[in-house]
Design a protein around this ligand. Structure first.
Ligand SMILES: [Fe+2]
Ligand SMILES: [Fe+2]
Length: 358
C-alpha cells in the first residue's frame, strides 16, 4: 500500500475500543503508517491514558461498557477542545454519529472499517486541521500581545504629550507673569481656587480639570504691556489704564484660532476675566450669563488671591477679610452662583492658601 501522507514520528494516537480485534487492527495499521499508538479497552481507562500520555489524536468507539464514547468525548471537549477526536460507530448507528459530531467530534468512521485508507485519510485530515488551528491560535495570541504592547506604547506616548502640553501651557502662563514680579504662587493658588469653586458648583469633572489648566493663562496678555505701565508703582493715568486693559485682548489674540478645546477655553478666560456681572467690566462690558462661566469663576478666584497677596502698591489683606469682601459681592461684580460656590469651597480655599503661601 502506498503511503499518501507521512506522519511525524512523534504523532501519538490513542485508540479506545472495547473490541480487542478492532483495537489490534487499528493499532497495527496506524503503526504501519508511522504513528505511535496506545490503546485502551473502555472509556475510563481511555481517559486515564489520555491524561497521562497526552496524545495528538483520539479515536473512540461510541458504544462501550463502563463508560461510553459520548462521555469520553464530552470530557475531552470540556478540558482540551483543540484535541481532534474521531468517533467510531456501528453500521446503522448514524444517529449516534450525528450526535457525536454535534458534541464536538471531528469526524466519524463506520464499523467495520474495511478500507483502512478511509481511516488514514480521516486521521491525516484531522491532524492537519489541528495543526492549522494551533498555528492560527498562536498567531492570534501573538497578534493580541503585539496589539496590547503597541496600545500601551501609544497610551504612554499620549500621556506624555498630554503632560507636555499642560506643562507648556503652565510655563507659558508663568513666562507672562515673570516681569510682573508680584506673582509668586499666584497662578497655582488661583487656579486651584477656581477648580475648588467649580467642583462646589457641581460642574462636571472635565470642566473642573480644564479650568485648573486654563485659569493660569488669564493674564497671558500682560506679556504685551510695556514695562513702564506694567511695573509702574503708582496709580495709572486714564490712558495707561486703558493700555493695561488691553492685556485681555492681547491674551485672546495669542490664543485665538486654535481648534484645541483647552486653548479655546483659555482664550475665553483671558478675554473675559475682567468682565463684571453688572456689565461694568471690560473689554466688552458683557453682563450676567453673557460672560462665559469659566471667566466668571476665574474672576472670583483671581480677585480673591489678589486681595490676599502683597502687591507693590498694597499690603496683603487678612484672608478672612478677603473672604468677606468677596461675599459682599463687591457691588454686583460677581455671579451670585459663583460666590455661593466660593462660600462652600472656602475651607478648601483656605487650605490651598496656606499650602502655597508666598
Ligand atoms: Fe487680568
Ligand atoms: Fe491674576
Amino acid at each position: 500500500m502506498t503511503q499518501s501522507w507521512i506522519p511525524e514520528k512523534t504523532t501519538r494516537i490513542l485508540v479506545i475500543d472495547d473490541d480487542l480485534s478492532v483495537r489490534t487492527s487499528l493499532r497495527a495499521f496506524l503503526e504501519d503508517y508511522g504513528y505511535t499508538v496506545h490503546d485502551a479497552s473502555d472509556g475510563l481507562l481511555g481517559l486515564k491514558e489520555w491524561r497521562a500520555w497526552q496524545p495528538d489524536l483520539v479515536i473512540v468507539d461510541l458504544r462501550m461498557p463502563i463508560m461510553d464514547g459520548f462521555n469520553v468525548l464530552h470530557t475531552i471537549q470540556t478540558q482540551q477542545p483543540d484535541l481532534p477526536v474521531l468517533v467510531v460507530s456501528g453500521t446503522g448507528m448514524v444517529e449516534d454519529a450525528v450526535q457525536a459530531l454535534r458534541s464536538g467530534a471531528w469526524d466519524f468512521l463506520m464499523k467495520p472499517i474495511e478500507n483502512m485508507e478511509v481511516l488514514i485519510h480521516a486521521v491525516s485530515k484531522a491532524l492537519e486541521r489541528a495543526r492549522f488551528l494551533a498555528f492560527q491560535n498562536a498567531y492570534h495570541k501573538r497578534l493580541e500581545s503585539d496589539i496590547e504592547a503597541k496600545t500601551l506604547d501609544l497610551r504612554q506616548a499620549l500621556d506624555t504629550i498630554s503632560q507636555l502640553s499642560l506643562e507648556v501651557i503652565f510655563r507659558l502662563a508663568k513666562a507672562s507673569e515673570f516681569k510682573d514680579e508680584n506673582t509668586g504662587n499666584h497662578l497655582k493658588r488661583m487656579s486651584l481656587y477656581a477648580q475648588a469653586i467649580a467642583r462646589r458648583m457641581g460642574l462636571d469633572s472635565s470642566f473642573c480639570e480644564t479650568i485648573l489648566y486654563t485659569a493660569p493663562m488669564h493674564d497671558l496678555g500682560k506679556i504685551g504691556i510695556p514695562d513702564d505701565i506694567l511695573l509702574k508703582p503708582g496709580p495709572l493715568t486714564p490712558e495707561e489704564r486703558l493700555c493695561m486693559q488691553t492685556h485681555t485682548l492681547i491674551g485672546a489674540q495669542i490664543l485665538e484660532h486654535s481648534n484645541i478645546d483647552i486653548l479655546d477655553r483659555a482664550r475665553l478666560i483671558a478675554l473675559y476675566h475682567h468682565e463684571r456681572w453688572d456689565s461694568a467690566g471690560y473689554p466688552e462690558g458683557l453682563g450676567h450669563t453673557e460672560i462665559p462661566l469659566e471667566a466668571r469663576i476665574v474672576s472670583v478666584a483671581d480677585v480673591f488671591d489678589a486681595l490676599a497677596s502683597r502687591r507693590p502698591y498694597k499690603p496683603a489683606l487678612p484672608i478672612d477679610l478677603c473672604y468677606r469682601i468677596i461675599m459682599s459681592g463687591t457691588e454686583n461684580a460677581f455671579d451670585p452662583d459663583v460666590v455661593q460656590g466660593f462660600d462652600t469651597a472656602y475651607g478648601e480655599i483656605k487650605e490651598i492658601y496656606c499650602t502655597y503661601r508666598d
